[in-house]
Ligand binder design. Structure first.
Ligand SMILES: Cc1cc2nc3c(=O)[nH]c(=O)nc-3n(C[C@H](O)[C@H](O)[C@H](O)COP(=O)(O)O)c2cc1C
Ligand SMILES: C=C(O[C@@H]1CC(C(=O)O)=C[C@@H](OP(=O)(O)O)[C@H]1O)C(=O)O
Length: 385
């Protein structure tokens, strides 16, 4: 079993993540984690904060001389902006002189203030903020290393930015990841990429924000991760929860998802094939690599929809001042216009963490060699089955 916990506030001193359940003997470098963190910060439309703030990484425990020990791995991501925020975010008793009292519609501000009994929205938004996803991505980097040992690779790309969508259904493979990363919007098609950038520019010009859709694909996933036997073991359910836990994600589609609902059964299910050399296969992959809550061995495909960000650079969204109860508007001078490309990297992370957890559940092992041996023996045993 793989567990992880994150802690820390957006403008706090640091984020911390503890990952428990990784086998011993996994080779891990700070650079691997750092490069995943860097990928998450990128993307056209990200706000100014991404330019001046840096993630300062420290491997606190669980890794010695570049190898996991089998003990919990603890990672700290220090915030280089902390000196500027030390007073505002101090854990010592005291109060901020000016509490934030104009909650933004669509953010966690108002409901959080009501639920947790605060009169300062900062007590809520600091934790609701997607800065927390940096800690998840650090954990996801470890999960990706584990999955690579089993021949699993995860790729994501942006398929919609606001109204601009990709044409056709060409999917990047593992070898295309570098090309996708080289795109400022993580879109595989240069023509559509240009239209997406134009759309972001247009939204930014009028102080508005954009959402979009990302496709995440898991390659090399073995047959039989997840299970049909109980609701909370179904991989579709685990993936749905993991993706929907990402800030501003409002929809998840597995395989052809909503589209299959409009087809007849004869055009909705992937015909099963048999090849003496490669065993069972599917003629198509409308199911997105999932049947009965288990992976089929076909690419695992999830599409993840993000709403337009709720902080706007233009004062248009109506709200109420929680002190005076007077109508006012919510706006801020600094926000991302869109974070869809960054969300794609977070979605890869969530798929990696779910798959790594299920791989450990199925194959077990205290060392990575044991995990690999168990995996390979199982894959071998499928020969002809
Ligand atoms: C990578 C990433 C960056 C985000 N950046 C912003 C932002 O700059 N401004 C904003 O209002 N929301 C941003 N969000 C979304 C908010 O964190 C999110 O809407 C908020 O926590 C409320 O949660 P909910 O939308 O899931 O209900 C971002 C989300 C992600 C995944
Ligand atoms: C800091 C990150 O994302 C932040 C997520 C976020 C939000 O409301 O979720 C709002 C923005 O922060 P601020 O309002 O301070 O400019 C983003 O920059 C990050 O991803 O590392």
């Amino acid at each position: 079993m793989l567990r992880f916990l994150t802690a820390g506030e957006s403008h706090g001193q640091a984020l911390v993540v503890v990952v428990e359940g990784l086998p011993a003997g996994m080779a891990i470098t700070e650079e691997q984690i750092g490069s995943e963190l860097a990928r998450r910060r990128l993307g056209y439309g990200r706000g100014p904060r991404m330019r001046f703030e840096q993630d300062r990484l420290t491997l606190v425990g669980g890794i010695r001389h570049g190898v996991t020990l089998g003990s919990p791995v603890a990672i700290e991501i220090a915030n280089t902006e902390w000196p500027k925020w030390e007073q505002e975010m101090s854990p010592a008793p005291g109060r901020t002189e000016k509490p934030l009292t104009k909650p933004r519609p669509g953010h966690a501000d108002l409901v959080g203030m009501q639920k947790y009994g605060f009169d300062d929205a900062r007590n809520i938004l600091e934790r609701a903020s997607a800065r927390e996803t940096a800690a998840r991505v650090a954990a996801g980097a470890l999960a990706k290393v584990l999955l690579a040992e089993l021949g699993v690779a995860i790729v994501s790309h942006v398929v919609a930015m606001g109204p601009v969508t990709t044409k056709g259904d060409r999917r990047p493979g593992p070898a295309d990841l570098e090309a996708v990363d080289a795109s400022e919007v993580r879109c595989f098609d240069p023509e559509v990429e240009a239209a997406m950038i134009a759309e972001i520019k247009a939204a930014a010009k009028v102080g508005d924000s954009l959402g979009g859709v990302v496709e995440v694909i898991g390659y090399g996933v073995p047959v039989g991760l997840g299970s049909h036997v109980h609701w909370d073991r179904k991989l579709d359910g685990l993936l749905g929860q993991a993706m929907l836990s990402i800030q501003a994600v409002k929809g998840v589609e597995l395989g052809d998802g909503f589209d299959v609902a409009h087809r007849r059964g004869s055009e909705a299910h992937d015909p099963i094939t048999w090849d003496p050399a490669t065993g069972y296969g599917r003629e198509s992959n409308w199911s997105g690599g999932l049947e009965g809550g288990m992976t089929t061995g076909e690419p695992l495909v999830a599409r993840v929809a993000m709403k337009p960000l709720s902080t706007l650079n233009r004062p248009v969204l109506k709200t109420v001042d929680t002190v005076t109860k007077e109508e006012t508007v919510s706006f801020k001078e600094r926000t991302d216009v869109t974070a869809v490309p960054a969300m794609g990297v977070v979605a890869e992370t969530m798929m990696a963490l779910v798959l790594a957890g299920e791989a450990l559940r199925k194959f077990g092992g205290d060392t990575v060699a044991e995990l690999r041996r168990n995996h390979d023996a199982y894959v071998q045993s499928l020969d002809g089955r």
